[in-house]
Design a protein around this ligand. Structure first.
Ligand code: ADP
Length: 183
């Protein structure tokens, strides 16, 4: 039984996932699972999309690579997709959102080409990740958080860290209750 929760921080590229994950890892002690890095380090790619200039991920290999981490608990998954992770191992899904003008500037600054930029802008406007999260997980564990200004990161991270504290307390109490009953 997990003593720390698994959290997905998802959203369109550029909305602020990694920034949130890094700060949340510091304040909560959970581990930042940067899926981009894991795909490279644990060999989970299945080729390269030249047009989009991005690695194609082999989802089965990726799930195998992180299965043990998820079963252990205490992971913050940082990835621009969310519905591949087993619902039974996920306790909270935060969908980070950003307004179009701000996102456009961030993606331009990253040097995204026109096609990639357009696809990501469309995805954010059409709320693709929010819908994916709502389709894949229970409604009450999906939270939408905005990240346009620096202070928003701080308040979002505080809010998630407080939730982590509650989750740990609730689950520690559950564990003790079961032991105590001796059933
Ligand atoms: P993602 O992981 O979703 O691709 P990042 O965390 O890398 O996004 O953030 C993209 C860029 O936007 C970074 O330069 C980051 O500093 C900036 N950024 C993210 N959120 C905010 C925010 N709330 N206020 C100001 N800048 C932000």
């Amino acid at each position: 039984m997990r003593t720390s929760p698994n959290i997905i921080i998802t959203g369109t590229p550029g909305v602020g996932k990694t920034t949130h994950c890094e700060q949340l890892a510091q304040s909560s002690g959970l581990k930042h699972l940067d899926i981009n890095k894991i795909v490279k380090e644990r060999n989970c790619s299945d080729g390269y999309d030249e047009e989009l200039k991005s690695v194609i991920v082999d989802e089965d290999k990726l799930l195998d690579a992180i299965e043990e981490d998820l079963e252990k608990g205490g992971q913050i998954i940082d990835w621009h997709a969310c519905d591949l992770f087993p619902a039974s191992l996920i306790d909270l899904v935060c969908v980070i959102r950003c307004d179009s003008t701000t996102l456009y500037d961030r993606l331009k600054a990253r040097g995204y080409g026109d096609k990639k930029l357009e696809e990501n802008m469309d995805a954010e406007i059409m709320e693709v990740l929010l819908q994916e999260a709502r389709d894949a997980y229970e409604e009450e564990i999906v939270v939408e958080l905005h990240s346009e200004e620096a202070e928003m990161i701080e308040s979002n991270v505080e809010r998630i860290a407080a939730w982590v504290g509650n989750w740990r307390r609730d689950n520690a109490a559950n564990g003790e209750g079961e032991d105590g009953d001796g059933a």
